[in-house]
Design a protein around this ligand. Structure first.
Ligand SMILES: [Zn+2]
Ligand SMILES: [Zn+2]
Length: 157
């Protein structure tokens, strides 16, 4: 479905048409995974939610890369995209900080919620997980975190 332009402030800045096809693909993918998440196929509930979060993450990453890494879009367009929620402003703010370059989602660094006062296990560098497991004579048990299904997002990984 095309986005309906309801007011003049919604008119996208120059350069938008160039990235629109990719944003449309994200939009379509989001719709797919959201429909799946809402259909509540019981056992797969969290997996579907993770997929929604993954697409949101990838779309934010796309916008972030365009502006900060590849410098392909104007400041005006970048801020417009944030305002129109094509990207998560708070998540991007984290990516710009040292040590958070690969952060998966904001929930995984919230220490007050269900994480027992620590950041999520997905934030622990792989090398450290391996050392810890080895000292216990075990294999690394961590596969994906409960918040967003992240497989590990430490900057050193
Ligand atoms: Zn993570
Ligand atoms: Zn996590």
């Amino acid at each position: 479905m095309p986005r309906i332009v309801t007011s003049r402030t919604k008119t996208p800045p120059e350069g938008f048409s160039k990235i629109k096809p990719t944003l449309d693909e994200f939009e379509a993918e989001l719709k797919d995974v959201q429909t799946a998440a809402e259909s509540k196929v019981a056992a797969r509930g969290s997996q579907n939610l993770w997929k929604v979060m993954r697409v949101h993450h990838e779309r934010s990453r796309y916008v972030y890369t365009l502006y900060y890494k590849r410098k392909l879009i104007s400041r005006e367009l970048y801020h417009w995209l944030l305002r129109e929620r094509y990207a998560d402003k708070l998540l991007i703010a984290k990516w710009r900080k040292k040590g958070y370059e690969k952060l998966c989602c904001l929930r995984c660094i919230q220490t007050n919620e269900s994480n027992h006062g620590t950041t999520c296990i997905c934030r622990v560098p792989r090398a450290q997980l391996e050392r810890d497991a080895e000292s216990r004579g075990e294999e690394v048990a961590f596969r994906e975190c409960v918040h967003c299904g992240c497989h590990g997002c430490a900057s050193t990984d």
